[in-house]
Design a protein around this ligand. Sequence first.
Ligand code: ADP
Length: 190
Amino acid sequence: MLNLVLFGPPGAGKGTQAEFLVKSYDLVHLSTGDLLRSELAAETELGLEAKKFMEKGELVPDAVVIGMIKNKIASVTDAKGFIFDGFPRTVDQAEALDEVLNENNIPISGMLSLEVEKEELIKRLLNRGKDSGRADDQDESVIENRIKTYHEKTSPLINYYKGQNKHHGIQGMGTIEDIAGRLKAVVDSL
Ligand code: ADP
């Protein structure tokens, strides 16, 4: 199985590139952001709890997100592989993911880390906010908080995966096609 962690700060292009990877390698896409937004839209208890964190640009508590992703993994049978997008976002989440994947003998093949400058991230997120209507993309202070949270809680995962020899840094500036090409070159080498 090909199991990929697609990693990077908010606005790095994970969702866009995940679509390309899903098509090219026939993978199951698991985006915690998308899963949380559908819980929110359905006004479930989990969604209403998550909303309080998402609208401030804070991380949803690990227990909530880990439970949600475990359920999803368990519900999929017959996958060629998974692409994890926006997950893990903390070291505790990465450890929980390793645990469940190792139990099933399907370890992470590689972590693809999209590298984009902060100024460009803010520009992309504000632009997305205009079309998508996502409230967390329309408020610059929420965007700043998400980027700060990324540096504090999420970027330590770069060293976590470096420690497992699974980290691959990918230049995330340029056209969508250029970046997709760089990702493909790395995935084909795994
Ligand atoms: P982006 O990468 O642009 O921030 P996402 O759709 O991945 O967008 O996430 C939106 C919000 O959902 C995050 O700001 C956070 O509140 C919450 N979220 C998503 N994934 C996680 C996760 N793995 N752990 C905790 N919170 C998460």
